[in-house]
Design a protein around this ligand. Sequence first.
Ligand code: NGQ
Ligand code: ZN
Length: 453
Amino acid sequence: MNEPSLYKAAWLWREGGWSTDAGFAVDASGTVRDDPGGNAESIGRWVLPGMPNLHSHAFQRAMAGLAERRGGSADSFWSWRETMYGFAAAIGPEALQAIAAQLYVEMLKAGYTRVCEFHYLHHRPDGTPYAPPEAMSLALIEAAREAGIGLTLLPVLYMSGGFDGRPLSTRQQRFGHDVDSYLRLLDALRAHEDDDLRVGIALHSLRAVPEAALREVLASELAQVGPIHIHIAEQIGEVQDCLAIRGARPVEWLFDHADVDARWCLVHATHLTEAETAQIARSGAVAGLCPTTEANLGDGLFPLAAYLDAGGALGIGSDSHISVSPVEELRWLEYGQRLQTRRRNIAARHPDDSVGETLWRAALAGGARASGLPLGALRAGARADLIVLDDNSPLLAVRDEASVLDSWLFAGNTPLVRDVMRAGQWVVRDFRHHDEERIATRYRAAVQRIAAG
Ligand code: NGQ
Ligand code: ZN
């Protein structure tokens, strides 16, 4: 057995706050071990666990910025979705791997060390399967390995085109499964699980999963482990359709038909009543908040203060990847609330709480839970996934442990993540990912081919 590597930091973010002159050990498999003492390498002044990104549709990164021009009629979430579907049709396994690897490099450089892929581009554009049928999932697994990011793969069940159970439209054909073929996919992917790859379950939305299928999937053997993610209550139209057709609001309906607990991640959960807000908080489910995408798509604002007061768990995701930065997600999570309430420091629920620390702590814990990991901290048994901030940056001059996170999250736009360790390996050093040129070159060629049709 190799000796563990020993590291120390002037300030290390432990369970829920900063410890000074703290050290930790990493074994040969990339897992944190208790510090046995001895000669530790000093890795920086400010060292934090990397952030999990709990919601990603990787392919959408390549269309970021291409839907910001006004269309013929009033633009909305639904017109954006048409643009997105058109773009998705051009993407096969090779392009997906090229796009995802580029995205994952960007994520690592921004401070995300793990990503939950909510993956629904399963088949060929005409709906016929690839060989093997899980080819698109394998492209994502390969991309994560190339970039070196931890992956929670969430193959998505997508069966109908609306609450009324209407069949998938032509453009949605490639998303579809019946329950049996979905469970076969899940089974095939579970065989790839290892220390860095977890395979969970995703239900695209209540629009896309009929009641009987929801029941059947949740009752299956394969659904008894791993996280369960679902898009829910993102748009008012969705709430209205659910009320009209199923006689209840989406979150209400979900809690009436499934045992929603800490294994669940409710993505967006934007439009909530007070009772729904409290119910999610009580259940232990994670609210999967994606503030930059929710802003970009015109979704609405999550009831953050009430949810935190009820003890709710949350995490952040970059979703459509209009922005790829935990800094921007957390900043806009707070700013949305300030703009709405015309008050300040909304996430800080108690006197003297720091907004940055409160949000960072919450998103680490909720992100780990939504990723299917037991721990969201640099503790024995967790993967050694960490980031080192650039203590040379003028932005962090004269900052101490009480102010460094607020300064990082709220002051300016200079990237401050200098080094990133993933599973014990340095993947980013001095702001550079070890394979970024090759991955970016392949990405450019892939988007060129997509643009050329
Ligand atoms: C998605 N994205 O699956 O990519 C969705 C749009 C839908 C977001 N909801 C499609 N942000 O919800 O039908
Ligand atoms: Zn989504």
